[in-house]
Design a protein around this ligand. Structure first.
Ligand SMILES: *Cc1c(COP(=O)(O)O)cnc(C)c1O
Length: 376
């Protein structure tokens, strides 16, 4: 039986929750409470409580949060920062705009920064490692911390995709000075537009970023430093506070979907699945994405499209160093090969079990009829 399984399904969440969302939106609008109001403060407090963190600062998006974090950490001209090329361009952009040099390295089999490739990229100018906690998984931070300690480097994580993800029981984002989280609609905690936040336990980082996000103005409206504007809209904060109440269930649902994919597709030849939710007790993954590798990726993608199933290849199909205009001038063969094979299957809380079985049926069907005969 044919179904329609879109990759994103924002309208379904809204429709399902409209009866509760509308009064909430009306309440904010009737109060005219749009900028830096109590809903934002409440959400910041609730999220801090949820994570056991000292400070949450709502911001316009995670790109700003990361960029401000890089600046607050004192990274600037002459510094080199090592990042994994399989990431959103926002990670190295935060380094670039601080005046420092982003240095890309390879990802590993789990698609996160490969700790064994970091040392070769270190120079006397390196001062930071920026792992991206990709797809809702946290990198092996023990291995990365060892390298950082050995060479006296800072760690700053791009944890935009990793709210609640853990390594050895420690949350993504807490290995460095602060974590940036994205509330972009496709993220595990998504709002109705752009949004993000910075989370930190560091008093100094907190003070600096509170000023940076609001034109350098302190509580009395006195401008005490150069700042910019990057505030999380109060209306978005009210919506996020509503979604936060079910966040834990949302993550459990994502992990259940990952278990279903694993049990149905784990033995399909030519296909490599991400590490399963129960495969390694050191990792607690939140499955922001379900990124697989497979033979004849483009053929599979077309087959799924023909069956009304949406998929996505991350970052438009290229690692950051593969965009020539950014002039990163590196060759990273493992990552480049991976980008000919990777694709993301539908992963969101609006999917029901039948949707997942339908996706798996279609994948199995494609490989059962022979990848070779379908190869373009
Ligand atoms: C989404 C994302 C960002 C940027 O988040 P925005 O809120 O859209 O600015 C940065 N890094 C990674 C890894 C992301 O997935």
């Amino acid at each position: 039986m044919s179904r329609n399984v879109p990759f994103f399904n924002y309208q379904k969440f809204y429709t399902q929750n409209e009866a509760e969302l509308m009064p909430l939106i009306q309440d904010v609008c009737r109060r005219g409470a749009f900028i830096l109001q109590k809903d934002l403060q409440q959400f910041e407090e609730n999220l801090a409580k949820y994570l056991g963190a000292k400070y949450v600062i709502g911001m316009a998006n995670a790109t700003d949060a990361l960029h401000f974090l890089v600046r607050a950490a004192g990274i600037g001209a002459g510094d080199e920062v090592i990042f994994c090329s399989h990431t959103m361009v926002a990670s190295p952009a935060s380094i670039y705009f601080a005046g420092a040099t982003p240095v890309p390295v390879e990802c590993g089999a789990d698609h996160l920064i490969d700790p064994t490739k970091i040392e070769a990229a270190i120079t006397p100018r390196t001062n930071t490692i920026m792992p991206t906690q990709l797809n809702g998984r946290t990198a092996n931070m023990e291995a990365i911390q060892e390298i950082a300690d050995k060479y006296g480097l800072m760690i700053l994580e791009d944890s935009a995709q990793a709210l609640g993800s853990k390594f050895d029981g420690k949350c993504a984002g807490t290995f460095g000075k602060g974590m940036c989280i994205s509330f972009y609609p496709a993220k595990t905690l998504g709002c109705f537009g752009d949004g993000g936040c910075l989370i930190t336990n560091d008093d100094e980082i907190y003070e600096t970023i509170m000023l940076l996000r609001d034109h350098g103005r302190n509580h009395d409206g006195e401008v005490v430093m150069w700042g910019l504007n990057s505030r999380l809209d109060n209306l978005q904060a009210a919506i996020l506070d509503y979604k936060l109440k079910t966040y834990e269930q949302d993550i459990e649902r994502r992990r259940d979907i990952a278990r279903m994919y694993e049990s149905r597709l784990g033995t399909v030849p030519g296909m490599t699945l991400p590490p399963g939710p129960d495969s390694d007790p050191r990792h607690f993954d939140i499955f922001q994405n379900y990124e697989i590798e497979c033979d004849n990726r483009d053929g599979l993608r077309q087959h799924l499209r023909d069956n009304n199933i949406g998929t996505l290849v991350q970052w438009g199909g290229k690692a950051v160093h593969q965009f020539p205009k950014l002039k990163l001038n590196r060759s990273l063969p493992f990552t480049e090969k991976m980008f000919t094979r990777c694709i993301m299957l539908p992963m969101n809380t609006m999917l029901d079990d039948e949707d997942i079985h339908y996706v798996c049926d279609c994948v199995e069907q494609f490989y059962a009829t022979g990848v070779k005969s379908r190869a373009a």
